[in-house]
Design a protein around this ligand. Structure first.
Ligand SMILES: Cc1cc2nc3c(=O)[nH]c(=O)nc-3n(C[C@H](O)[C@H](O)[C@H](O)COP(=O)(O)OP(=O)(O)OC[C@H]3O[C@@H](n4cnc5c(N)ncnc54)[C@H](O)[C@@H]3O)c2cc1C
Length: 451
């Protein structure tokens, strides 16, 4: 079996009416190794393929922002699958009393279940819990990383340790996923629980979820949006990226992280498009590919192999020791989680970063480091700071609940970094000052954009 695929139960091959692909994370048709694997199984067995996408009301922080983004993608997914002869079912579980067994009902008629291998949030938990309850083979396929996560057997120390390992095998993985062709088209009616999204806002309003977090003002979900942003990035921003990526008001980054998180686009497609454009226009895309491949896949490596993602115990020994030494240092000022959430600190730049998160569901990467470092500086304890950062991401970030989320939040506490110079509160952990932001970036322009 290939490096991307793991069978997570011991069920033997069995008969069934179709192969079921359960899109937990990679909610896309193109460039999806898991869907391609499911299509191969279907073709080998002479069966049709059914793509199932669920959306429950009961996961932590389910709110209008996440629901809207996911539902916006549904009609396009349906259209694309229909053209290919693949069945599609979408089931939004609107209230806790609605049936919660749709996956099991579908699996009971399937010859095999294929899903996404993803280390965090719901998919991580479901892939640990569900397979033993399924009587047919249950496969998890890694379609999130370019070099499969399974290629790295140990937790990597930092970017400099994973980089050479990625480089060694990158060429063999940097190849498009072959287009999917199903031999047997789906002809059965759509399952009766399927819901046509119709009016997205109306469907979202009918769900028992937190309606206090509004949809993003900036990001609309779906494959078309992701493709549009990728095109704009390669054609207008790639050439500016290395020079302006750390200047938030220059808007030179790709803004693709929400689409990557919800799987509307793959990092593989982005890397291929960027490389092709760079080659054709004599551009150097190394800095972008470093973020997209090395940094992102380092985050997946950590999320997959670390025992904990939400604890300071996951940090390297030097960081744990230095933070313990400084945990009782005096902080002045200190803010509560509610004050951070409402963006009411004394620091206009920090408040603007939080307002960007509240409004759009994302913070620019450079200021996001500053955002995290200041929460450490102004929280009563280090563990409290970690909890606040995770809470704010889980609740508001469209690219949150991702391997990148927990890994980068822990980066603020020293993960994948090196010791710096001793100072209060941070000990040897890297510090960031407002004066540095003022010197290196146009702070005023950014504050104006996030009033
Ligand atoms: C405290 C903190 C929290 C963060 N939380 C998240 C999060 O919840 N989700 C998330 O995707 N990223 C997170 N990041 C990493 C980074 O800030 C975002 O990936 C980036 O800002 C996304 O914007 P972009 O798509 O325009 O990035 P680009 O600069 O266009 O980069 C393209 C892609 O490369 C990847 N990438 C870029 N920077 C990093 C990085 N430092 N580490 C890993 N991958 C990277 C992302 O997938 C990104 O979409 C966090 C960083 C910090 C410091």
């Amino acid at each position: 079996m290939n490096e991307r695929v793991r069978q997570l139960n011991n069920a033997p091959a069995s008969n069934g009416k179709y192969i079921l692909y359960w899109a937990q994370v990679n909610r896309r048709v193109e460039s999806n190794h898991a869907l391609a694997f499911a299509a191969d199984l279907a073709n080998q067995r002479g069966l049709p393929l059914l793509f199932y996408e669920g959306l429950t009301c009961s996961y932590p922080f389910a709110n209008d922002r996440f629901h809207t983004f996911m539902i916006e993608a549904v009609p396009e997914t349906f259209r694309r699958l229909a053209r290919m002869g693949i069945g599609y079912a979408f089931y939004p579980r609107r209230k806790p009393s609605d049936p919660n067994d749709v996956l099991y009902r579908l699996a009971a008629e399937a010859a095999a279940v294929v899903t996404d291998d993803f280390p965090t949030f719901l998919a991580g938990a479901y892939n640990a819990r569900v397979p033993k309850k399924i009587r047919v083979p249950y496969y998890a396929v890694d379609s999130s990383c370019i070099v499969p996560m399974a290629h790295f057997v140990k937790q990597e120390w930092a970017a400099y340790t994973i980089r050479p390992k990625i480089r060694k095998v990158l060429a063999e993985h940097l190849r498009p996923v072959p287009p999917i062709r199903v031999a047997k088209r789906w002809t059965a009616p759509v399952p009766d629980f399927h819901v046509e999204p119709g009016d997205v806002a109306k469907l979202v309003a009918s769900c028992e979820i937190d309606h206090s977090v509004p949809p993003s003002t900036e990001f609309r979900g779906g494959r078309k949006e992701a493709e549009k942003r990728l095109k704009k990035f390669v054609e207008t921003n790639l050439r500016r990226y290395s020079r302006h990526k750390n200047e938030p008001s220059a808007h030179a980054t790709s803004e693709l992280s929400p689409y990557l998180h919800f799987g509307h686009i793959s990092s593989l497609e982005i890397a291929l498009a960027v490389k092709e454009y760079a080659a054709g226009h004599r551009l150097i895309a190394d800095e972008f590919l470093e973020e997209l491949i090395v940094r992102r896949e380092l985050a997946f490596n950590f999320a997959r192999l670390s025992k904990k993602l939400d604890s300071l115990d996951a940090l390297p020994d030097w960081a744990q020791a230095t933070l313990r030494k400084h945990d009782r240092d005096k902080r002045d000022p200190t803010y509560t989680c509610a004050q951070f959430e409402r963006a009411v600190t004394h620091d206009a730049l920090w408040n603007a970063t939080q307002r960007e998160l509240l409004r759009t569901g994302k913070i620019h990467g450079y200021y996001r480091m500053y955002w995290g470092k200041k929460i450490i500086e102004w929280s009563a304890t280090h563990a409290g700071a970690l909890a606040i950062m995770i809470y704010l991401h889980d609740k508001y970030a469209l690219d949150g609940r991702d391997p990148n989320t927990y890994t980068n939040i822990l980066w603020c506490f020293g993960l994948h970094d090196r010791p710096w110079f001793e100072r209060p509160i941070f000990g040897l952990v890297r510090y960031m000052a407002l004066s540095g932001m003022q010197r290196k970036t146009d702070v005023d322009a950014y504050i104006r954009e996030n009033p």
